[in-house]
Design a protein around this ligand. Structure first.
Ligand SMILES: Nc1ncnc2c1ncn2[C@@H]1O[C@H](COP(=O)(O)OP(=O)(O)OP(=O)(O)O)[C@@H](O)[C@H]1O
Ligand SMILES: [Mg+2]
Length: 364
């Protein structure tokens, strides 16, 4: 019954129909193919199953990462950090270009990632490129790609990062370190569907003034500027930050860590941290490495230059009387200046920075 046979073949219950008399060669080949087909189908099913498992694992891991205080959490409750968080919340939903300015170690990359994660692009790539680390030629081909053979070493076609980050976020770190030629190129390419977040630890406006950075590019980048405060201006965040970093370090080093003592915290609070949160993290990591497992972190575990910034300790009578006198004078001047520090500094005959430094030292 020809119709029945055709129907069976079409529903693939029969692999192939051979008519008699069977030729042994043809029969062998057909059986061989059938076995091969069977194996492929089975392998395919296995891979699909494996993929399903991997996806399940990934989604559990993602749920875990979302639920826990992840490594990308922005810690701090000071007015300065709250303002940063509010700005992040406002800009994340839009594709607007963001310019992050702040001293080294203030958390620019952390904030850039936070913006990407909170944006509708979070399932696309976050691509970071450090403009200072690459020479101009390499940076250009990194950003815009190249054809094989375009220069020595270009052994294959390569997609540029603008293309790789398509639909996602491109993080241009240390953007002030680009050459004029590259700045011109960037200006032309900024229209594409890539969310740009640029970061710099210089004052970009100053760079424009002295002619090191194109003004038109500056205006394109600073659509939505966010300035990250230095750690010394938000000392109230220090305890929470230290706790957060210590937890992170303990996990990384797989070492139980005790609490930071009050004295150690006081020493930390008197140090100006030019390297900001990164320097604090490094300092704590060193202390954790030196500490006995599970023991509290005491001030003697901190680096000498931190301990030296500790205003000399509380033992000297002259010192403590001088400090009390200085506090009094500063309080008085601040009261007369209505709390305006720059005016108080003027009255006291010191610079604004000098006043801030002194107040920090005096624990004010
Ligand atoms: N508010 C914060 N909460 C928690 N961790 C922070 C915070 N700010 C910074 N960090 C941590 O400090 C370290 C330095 O941060 P990040 O790399 O983002 O700084 P950066 O501004 O990009 O520095 P640089 O200019 O030197 O590149 C990171 O380990 C980061 O996780
Ligand atoms: Mg950085």
């Amino acid at each position: 019954d020809v119709e029945a046979i055709v129907a069976a073949i079409n529903s693939s219950r029969i692999f192939r129909y051979l008519t008699k008399p069977w030729e042994s060669e043809e029969l062998r080949l057909t059986l061989h193919r059938a076995v091969e087909m069977f194996q492929l189908t089975r392998e395919n099913a296995r891979l699909v199953e494996e993929l399903r498992h991997a996806n399940e694992r990934l989604s559990t891991e993602n749920a875990y990462l979302r639920g826990s205080a992840g490594p990308h959490e922005i810690v701090g409750d000071s007015p300065a950090i709250r303002e940063v968080l509010a700005l992040v919340g406002k800009v994340a939903g839009s594709p607007a270009t963001v310019l992050l300015e702040g001293e080294t170690g203030t958390g620019k990359e952390l904030v850039a990632r936070a913006i990407h994660t909170a944006s509708p692009r979070s399932d696309r790539l976050f691509v970071a490129v450090n403009c200072a680390a690459l020479s101009e030629g390499i940076l250009e081909s990194e950003l815009f790609g190249h054809r094989r053979g375009a220069f020595t070493g270009a052994i294959a076609d390569r997609k540029g990062l603008f293309e790789v980050a398509d639909g996602g976020t491109l993080f241009l770190d240390e953007v002030s370190e680009t050459t004029p030629a590259l700045q011109a190129k960037l200006l032309r390419v900024l229209q594409v569907d890539v969310r740009i977040i640029a970061a710099t630890n210089r004052q970009l406006a100053e760079e424009v003034k002295v002619g090191r950075f194109r003004e038109d590019l500056y205006f394109r980048l600073r659509v939505f500027p966010i300035r990250l405060p230095p750690l010394r201006d938000r000392l109230e965040d220090l305890p929470a930050l230290a706790r957060h970093l210590m937890r992170r370090i303990a996990t990384q080093l797989k070492k139980p860590v005790g609490e930071l003592t009050e004295e150690a915290l006081t020493v930390l609070a008197r140090y100006p941290f030019p390297g900001n949160v990164r320097e604090l993290a490094n300092e704590l990591e060193r202390a954790v490495l030196l500490s006995e497992p599970g023991a509290p972190l005491t001030e003697d575990l901190l680096s000498e230059h931190l301990q030296a910034a500790d205003g000399g300790g509380s033992s000297g009578v002259l010192e403590s009387r001088t400090a009390a006198f200085e506090r009094e004078q500063i309080d008085g001047a601040l009261a007369r200046a209505g709390g305006v520090k720059s005016r108080a500094a003027e009255e006291l005959g010191i610079t604004y920075r000098g006043l801030l430094k002194k107040m920090r030292r005096l624990g004010m």
